[in-house]
Design a binder for this molecule. Structure first.
Ligand code: HEM
Ligand code: NAG
Ligand code: NAG
Ligand code: NAG
Ligand code: NAG
Length: 583
């Protein structure tokens, strides 16, 4: 009898203990959904229910969480037995976190996903000497001179391929819409390949489709009145090596939500499909590096002529090796992974952002027309001669409304779902204790970014008692008027022109101010996006020529939704385009 009571007691205690071990452990004082804290699976069922109910994504769930808890900071439980993850939706605090704090570093979330694909890319190194050295290896390709002189013409060429494709498509479509997402993917891949390996590369992802679509001309029946039915254009196969790169990048998406990505990668690496794709990719990159070495060794004159990132990296590696008294490692894993990095980091992010941009311009005809007028007023020579502006003209024209449009597309696209960091020691945020290892997600589309922020006690902010620099404070303090914070409005990035800088009088009495308000599209601080300047270049060239050559008409409402799908980035569910060529 007595024995039984003990046994029951022990069993109950054990069950409680197991339950305690399995349940999420909320951090003290940080708001959360209380029902989630009572479930072994934490917020996972709530996320599933939310997605079903709202046709949303994990990102809209995070927004819903901070909004419904009415707090700039919250915690969610995303992994059984895992630590809570912190959501931060306050631009000022996110800004100090990313720019100033040494107690946070790159979180493993990103790195783990890519570990099997590019083990030696700097994206998943902690901020330190090795990271610095690798950034040095690739720094030259983001300098203004490389971007303007080398990357600019390459990007232009690939953009023109896309616009030629769209010219033909718009002729065939006569006013009917089509899905532009695939076209943008092809162009985006071509741009990154040209940037990394040179515009002379024999492969183009766009040209098979361009040829196929050109062959269709005359075979479609002509539509006299515009129909709202989208046209399905053919998509052509691309070279197997390019396809291998696409497949590998797609594999990264399969890993989203995998509990142990590194194990998952180890398993995938046994699969013939993945093995083969990796082999093709590696062979291709090695070949490109070898050709680069030959190209540079053949070059005469004091300055070798540089045509792509491969060239710049070889030159830099030789300089670094010389300085450190070692042999240059021109075919190393680091070189290969950094090069492939351009393809995987630049491809989907840019395509997604441009998709959003097309939607915003189609649906905001007023902004689109203002942009066209601003371009006509600045690029007067090209306008007068009835030709496309040259890459030099595009990159050197002063068009504040264009800068503002690009910045606003970046803001409202919300391409990157969040910017994350990990606490590398026990620390605090907004007065709450965070144990070492806690991951913080700064939201790009939540309160203080796309909707009004919540009140924060000034005394609890980072650096409230110490004096941080006024400049940092000042920028973080700026915010948008609450009534139009969610709309697409390029004007928010324009301020009255400060006079006295030369003789650009006339109609341009506004100037672009990149610090006019909250922006987290590229993250911030030392680990902010390394490719951002290339993105500005690409968007500048594409938007200028697109609006110069075409009118973006509104698509039917049924094809103009603003729903999102979270793949590697926050993609628009629908990316339809209806173009009318400007004669
Ligand atoms: C519209 C396009 C793009 C968007 C929205 C974007 C966004 C981002 C974001 C949010 C981060 C994390 C920043 C942080 O943690 O503070 C990041 C990091 C990074 N991005 Fe981009 N990116 C884009 C295009 C590119 C391109 C074209 C490249 C390469 C050519 C690139 C290379 C990188 C790299 C290497 C990092 C990691 C930097 C580091 O860890 O030191 N990105 N990007
Ligand atoms: C965030 O939540 C608010 C309130 O529920 C909603 O109005 C807004 O559209 C949401 N934003 C996003 C990006 O989901
Ligand atoms: C695809 O590209 C690779 C690498 O340049 C090349 O070796 C291969 O022959 C190409 N395949 C086809 C079918 O053109
Ligand atoms: C490029 O982006 C598209 C989605 O926009 C994706 O399907 C494809 O796998 C990506 N390819 C690479 C090489 O990153
Ligand atoms: C920023 O704004 C807060 C109040 O919103 C104020 O207390 C603080 O002094 C401001 N800082 C600067 C540098 O303007």
């Amino acid at each position: 009898m007595y024995f039984h009571i003990v046994l029951i007691g022990v069993t109950i205690t054990t069950l409680y203990l197991i339950r305690y071990i399995l349940l999420p452990k909320p951090l003290r004082g940080i708001p959360h959904h209380s029902s989630s804290a009572r479930r072994f699976l934490g917020d996972i069922p709530a996320i599933k229910a939310h997605i079903k109910r709202t046709n949303g994504s994990p990102i809209t769930f995070f927004n819903f969480t901070v909004e419904s808890l009415k707090s700039p900071i919250a915690q969610v439980f995303l992994k059984p037995l895992g630590m809570p993850v912190i959501l931060l939706s306050d631009f000022r605090e996110a800004r100090s976190l990313l720019m100033l704090r040494k107690d946070f570093d790159r979180s493993p979330a990103l790195g783990d996903l890519l570990s099997g694909l590019v083990p030696d890319h700097h994206i998943h190194l902690k901020t330190g000497a090795k990271w610095k050295a690798q950034r040095q290896l690739v720094q030259d390709v983001m300098t203004p001179s490389h971007l303007n002189e080398v990357a600019g013409p390459a990007v232009l060429q690939k953009t023109i391929d896309l616009l030629n494709l769209w010219t033909i498509k718009s002729k065939i479509a006569v006013g009917r819409p089509w899905n532009a997402a695939a076209d943008l993917r092809l162009m985006s891949l071509d741009v990154m390949l040209a940037f990394a390996f040179g515009p002379e590369l024999e492969h183009s992802a766009t040209s098979p489709t361009l040829d196929a679509v050109a062959g269709l001309q005359g075979t479609f029946e002509e539509y006299t009145s515009a129909s709202d039915e989208p046209i399905n254009f053919p998509e052509e196969r691309i070279n197997a090596t390019l396809q291998a790169m696409l497949d590998l990048a797609a594999t990264v998406m399969e890993l989203h939500g995998s509990p142990v990505p590194s194990l998952h990668w180890a398993y995938l690496n046994f699969k013939p499909r993945i093995k083969n794709a990796k082999m093709l990719k590696d062979q291709f990159i090695i070949e490109q590096l070898k050709q680069g070495v030959e190209r540079l060794d053949r070059a005469t004159g004091d300055q070798p002529r540089v045509s792509c990132a491969v060239d710049q990296m070889i030159i830099r590696e030789r300089i670094l090796a010389d300085r450190e008294g070692r042999e240059p490692q021109l075919l190393s894993r680091v070189m290969m992974d950094e090069l492939f990095g351009f393809v995987f980091a630049g491809n989907e992010t840019t395509a997604t952002t441009i998709c959003w941009g097309l939607k915003f311009l189609s649906d905001n005809r007023n902004a689109q027309e203002k942009l066209r007028v601003a371009l006509h007023e600045s690029l007067t020579e090209a306008r007068g001669q009835k030709r496309n502006p040259t890459v030099h003209e595009i990159l050197h024209a002063r068009v504040p409304y264009l800068d503002a449009t690009i910045e606003e597309v970046l803001r409202r696209a919300g391409t990157s779902p969040f910017v994350d960091r990990q606490a590398i020691r026990d620390t605090q945020i907004l007065g709450h204790h965070l144990p070492r290892g806690t991951v913080v997600l700064c939201l790009l589309s939540g309160p203080s970014m796309w909707s009004p922020g919540f009140h924060v006690d000034e005394n609890k902010r980072y650096g409230a008692r110490s004096k941080t620099s006024d400049d940092v404070e000042d920028r973080g303090n700026k915010s948008w008027p609450t009534e139009d914070i969610s709309t697409f409005k390029p004007e928010r990035w324009l301020i009255p022109r400060v006079r006295g800088d030369g003789n650009h009088e006339g109609t341009h009495n506004e100037q672009f101010d990149p610090r006019a308000g909250p922006q987290l599209a590229f993250g911030l601080g030392p680990r902010g996006c390394y490719g951002r300047r290339l993105v500005y270049l690409e968007m500048r060239i594409l938007f200028t020529l697109l609006v110069w050559r075409f009118e973006l008409m509104k698509c039917p409402t049924s094809l103009s939704g603003y729903g999102t799908v979270l793949r590697a980035t926050n993609e628009p569910e629908q990316c339809f385009l209806r173009l009318r060529a400007i004669s």
